[in-house]
Design a protein around this ligand. Structure first.
Ligand SMILES: *Cc1c(COP(=O)(O)O)cnc(C)c1O
Length: 419
């Protein structure tokens, strides 16, 4: 007989050094090529492994831990809510959900918000909303969505089809229909793809997984104009770019335009699973009782944390601070390019969603950074993502760049010696 499970105390790490040492468990489906690393605790921009090593976390759980780890305001919000009420379902009104929706509406273009639990669900909901809009407006044949090559919208069957990445679609049967893909940065191709069945254009203002590729403000305005001219809805996927990440509350603000529908997730929960799609009143007109749902979506725990994230991100000066940090980080990253031009080609991105374009495989750079106790995230298009928490200090930004310089030198053949 196995011993009964002992409840862990709040301060106790969830994994021991012994567990970390035995290697990855085969009980977990091996769909990820994971680093063999287990973390016991997080604190601000730092993660501490079960073996006691401190890592500077510029992966931020893939742009999720916007306020770093164990932010006192988020911890307090979750602890307080967890003693009151966790879940009631959406059969009843949820006070925290109404409050979070009203705050998002007040701070954005949107009139309505639907809460879900992830980015893929948010994108699915955005797609459904666009199709439903044309359906109730007497044009049910308008159901196709134009998307951009290199996009990432999630791993559900519809969002995989939207992204159109052949590698992710292989072996999963007939691809979900209704998506037309056009090359990145090609306004003429975008225009040419519009047909009588087109319902919407869906894109990320900056492709994260796709290699930190920024859509120019001019091109984003062009998409808005095309949508207006053809009666299409503009859907923005701001799952990665939203909630202050690019130095605006949402990245489309840089271009001075607004979408009709927007998917968000990642940063809004600060690490608690929370997603949403937002829409104008007109665009969401078809989403009436019974058209969509989610058991967990917007539950009291998730929205308590979402509200706490907004307390911090929408406080005066916070987002301006992201801009300032971005300038510091961009300047320091230039040192990484200078140190090993045979490894690093250049810098791209916006705000604190930055990337290094590499001349080596991104996985090699991630490994080299790991050896310097710095966490980064790989991306497509020969790019590694640099995603600090929005709360990172200037010293931490500089320290991360020092570690990136050393990581780059590990991979360089130019025989530069560190001084
Ligand atoms: C991460 C991401 C998604 C998918 O989010 P999940 O929570 O993994 O479903 C969708 N779109 C973009 C732009 C993302 O970065």
């Amino acid at each position: 007989m196995t011993a009964p499970l002992r409840a862990l105390s709040a301060t106790e790490p969830q994994s021991s050094p012994a567990e970390a040492a035995r290697g990855p468990s085969p009980a977990v489906m091996p769909t990820y090529a994971r680093q063999d690393l287990v973390f016991a605790q997080g604190q601000g921009s730092w993660l501490i492994s079960t073996t006691g090593e401190r890592y500077l976390d510029f992966a931020s759980g893939v742009a999720v831990n916007a306020l770093g780890h164990a932010h006192p305001h988020l911890v307090e919000a979750l602890q307080t809510q967890s003693g009151l009420l966790w879940h009631t379902s959406n059969l009843y009104r949820v006070a925290g959900q109404e409050r979070l929706a009203e705050r998002l509406v007040a701070a954005t273009f949107a009139d309505r918000v639907f809460f879900c639990n992830s980015g893929a669900e948010a994108c699915e909901g955005a797609i459904k909303t666009a199709r439903r809009y044309h359906f109730i407006n007497g044009a049910p044949q308008r159901w196709r969505i134009i998307t951009i090559e290199g996009a990432f919208h999630g791993r559900t069957l519809a969002t995989l089809a939207a992204g159109g990445n052949a590698k992710y679609l292989e072996g999963f049967g007939l691809e979900a229909g209704g998506f037309d893909h056009v090359p990145f940065g090609d306004p003429a191709a975008l225009q040419a793809a519009i047909g009588p069945e087109t319902a919407a254009i869906m894109l990320e203002p900056l492709q994260g997984e796709g290699g930190v590729r920024v859509v120019s403000d001019e091109d984003l305005r062009g998409v808005r104009e095309l949508c207006d001219a053809h009666g299409l809805l503009m859907i923005l996927d701001e799952v990665q770019t939203g909630v202050g990440r690019t130095g605006k509350f949402f990245a489309h603000e840089w271009a001075g335009i607004t979408p009709d529908i927007m998917a968000i997730a990642k940063g809004i929960g600060g690490g608690f699973p929370l997603g949403a799609f937002l829409a104008t009143e007109a665009a969401s007109a078809g989403m009436t009782a019974g058209t969509h749902g989610s058991t967990f979506g917007g539950n009291p725990l998730a929205t308590a944390v979402g509200n706490a994230v907004l307390d911090v991100v929408l406080a005066p000066g916070f987002i301006e601070g992201v801009e300032q940090k971005s300038r510091t980080l961009t300047q320091s990253l230039a040192r990484v390019v200078d140190a090993a031009p045979d490894v690093v080609e250049g810098i791209r991105g916006r705000g604190l969603l930055l990337g290094l374009r590499l001349k080596v495989p991104p996985a090699d750079f991630v490994k080299a950074a790991l050896a310097e106790k710095l966490l980064l995230v790989g991306a497509a298009d020969q790019t590694v993502r640099v995603l600090p928490p929005l709360t990172a200090s200037e010293e931490e930004l500089t320290e991360a760049c020092d570690r990136m310089v050393r990581a780059a030198l590990r991979l360089s053949h130019l025989n530069v010696t560190l001084t």
